[in-house]
Design a protein around this ligand. Structure first.
Ligand code: ADP
Ligand code: MG
Length: 279
């Protein structure tokens, strides 16, 4: 795998030159590999969104460098090239929907890129199919559930054929069913379409199947590793203001009560298999 996004010594200050500048990122270094599923964790205000907004040039470094496919986000003449490669999905689907018909909404991105009409139709079909939203193509987005709306927003980004999709707390406003739909969609894009996925989330269960997790604290990356590496450090994770996955918590509790449970439990199925090996 080669590097798609390179973050080198990135520092970012909001309100530079004002009386109260906020240093939101401090010397952050991070390489995101092509095809990777990376999750970014961290409590509120730790700098996750500020970092993510550099990945498609919404923000530019105060100091340091961010390269997307070798292109510097500081080169404003290349912004289009960067945004073609990296698409963003935000927390609130209502703010991302621009049209009154689902399929028109999904077509909006490729239309803006000046793609020919025939190809737009193909891309819209493909994006809706991939997000399991084909049956809703003629519906009005505001009639849909939160999870469905968020999948329309993701389809709209997908239709621009990015190499990477950055999802900044895409499930924060959704119910459990909607959350599951969105996370399954993100996994599918990574697995079946080879799209690099960067997921920012507060829900630990959404992180357990990533290739890698980075944890942010006060503008810095404090931990980086596989989900097992990260969630094995229970005390440290709690000190950083984060939860551990539900199944991991239950396994810990059982172990404290003298019940034998396998190490490194992350998912509910692993816990069940460990407790009832024959099932
Ligand atoms: N537009 C802004 N102006 C000033 N400070 C900001 C702005 N956006 C975020 N911040 C500050 O930058 C820090 C990092 O914020 P953010 O990247 O949004 O964190 P997270 O996404 O992890 O919650 C916080 O201290 C936050 O208050
Ligand atoms: Mg944020």
């Amino acid at each position: 795998m080669d590097k798609l996004i390179e973050v080198k010594d990135l520092t970012f200050v909001y309100g530079r030159g004002t009386k109260q500048p906020v240093k939101a990122l401090k010397n952050v270094n991070l390489d995101i590999m092509r095809g990777e599923f990376l999750t970014i964790l961290g409590h509120n205000g730790s700098g996750k969104s500020t970092l993510a907004r550099h990945f498609n040039g919404l923000l530019t470094p105060s100091k340091g460098e961010v390269l997307v496919d070798g292109i510097s986000v500081k080169d404003r003449s290349k912004l289009w090239e960067i945004r073609k490669r990296v698409g963003m999905v935000f927390q609130n689907p209502d703010n991302q929907i621009v049209s009154t018909v689902v399929e028109e909404d999904v077509a909006f991105g490729p239309e803006n890129l000046g793609i020919p009409a025939d190809e737009i139709r193909q891309r819209v079909d493909w994006a809706l199919e991939t997000l399991n939203m084909t049956e809703y193509r003629r519906e009005e987005p505001h009639q849909l559930s939160g999870g469905q709306k968020q999948r329309v927003a993701i389809a709209g980004v997908l239709a621009t054929r990015p190499e990477c999709i950055v999802l900044d707390e895409p499930t924060a406003l959704l119910d459990p069913i909607g959350r599951n739909e969105v996370i399954e969609a993100a996994k599918k894009l990574n697995r079946d379409e080879g799209i690099t996925v960067v997921l920012i989330t507060h829900f630990m269960n959404e992180a357990i199947e990533s290739d890698r997790i980075v944890v942010m604290d006060r503008g810095e990356i404090t931990l980086s590793g596989t989900p097992r590496d990260i969630f094995d450090q229970v005390e440290l994770i709690r000190e950083l203001g984060l939860d551990i996955p539900m199944a991991t918590q239950i396994a810990l509790g059982l172990r404290q009560r003298g019940i034998q449970v396998a190490d490194h439990i992350l998912a509910a199925e692993e816990l069940v298999n460990s407790l009832c090996p024959s099932s």
